[in-house]
Design a protein around this ligand. Structure first.
Ligand SMILES: [Zn+2]
Length: 225
């Protein structure tokens, strides 16, 4: 039996389902899924000078410099409780981050931990599919159960299946314009990471359309668990 891959980068445009698939994979492998957003929000709660300056950047909606982003991610990955591996959800976000991460994990300081990326999964979905997926979604105001105008309406119209609540909310940024602009950013900023990992022989593309369990089964075969 092959050993499953345990140092995984999960890539895909916004709305490709990588958050969902990352969570499933993390549970199956018994490791954690990390996103830069979560890490930054965690760090920003601290009292240190660095925490305060990161909080300022977040509040202004600015990006954290690449080297700092990578260092914060590495701090998490190298915690003893994460020794069994990691899933990076949407990280590295851009090519310089990918290069710094690789260089660091292969450096003398980190090499002994054997933490280098060994698989990059790219979830591929057509743009119109992403747009459909994102702008139709809404959730229960009370229990946060997720619904979708096209793919998952409550059994009884207007009433949450889980808790019976009749109020629903939508994320303010789930509009056509923001989705298109996020797709454009993905293409210009993040897409250059794809050929980089391809050249290293680490990239595997996965068709991300279709039901969640069909996609996660494809991923299971690739990861080898
Ligand atoms: Zn509910």
């Amino acid at each position: 039996m092959q050993t499953p891959k345990r140092h995984i980068v999960l890539m895909g445009a916004p709305g490709s389902g990588k958050g969902t698939q990352g969570a499933i994979l993390a549970e199956k492998l018994g490791i954690k899924s990390f996103s830069m957003g979560d890490i930054l929000r965690g760090v920003a709660k601290g009292e240190s000078k660095e925490a305060q300056s990161i909080k300022k950047l977040i509040d202004k909606g600015r990006m954290v410099p690449n080297k700092l982003a990578v260092r914060l991610m590495e701090n998490e990955l190298l915690k003893p409780e994460n020794a069994d591996g990691y899933i990076l959800d949407g990280f590295p976000r851009e090519l310089p981050q990918a290069k710094v991460l690789d260089k660091d994990l292969a450096s003398r300081k980190y090499k002994k931990y054997n933490m280098g990326v060994d698989l990059v999964l790219l979830l591929q979905v057509p743009d119109d599919y992403v747009i459909d997926r994102i702008i139709g979604r809404y959730q229960c105001a009370k229990c946060k159960e997720l619904y979708h105008e096209k793919f998952k309406q409550p059994q009884k119209f207007g009433i949450c299946d889980v808790c019976g609540c009749k109020e629903f909310t939508r994320r303010a940024d789930d509009t056509y314009e923001t989705v298109v602009s996020r797709l454009r950013t993905f293409r210009s900023v993040t897409a250059p990471v794809i050929p980089y990992y391809e050249q290293k022989g680490l990239l595997v593309c996965v068709d991300g359309t279709g039901p969640i369990d069909v996609v996660s089964e494809k991923i299971r075969k690739i990861v080898g668990y």
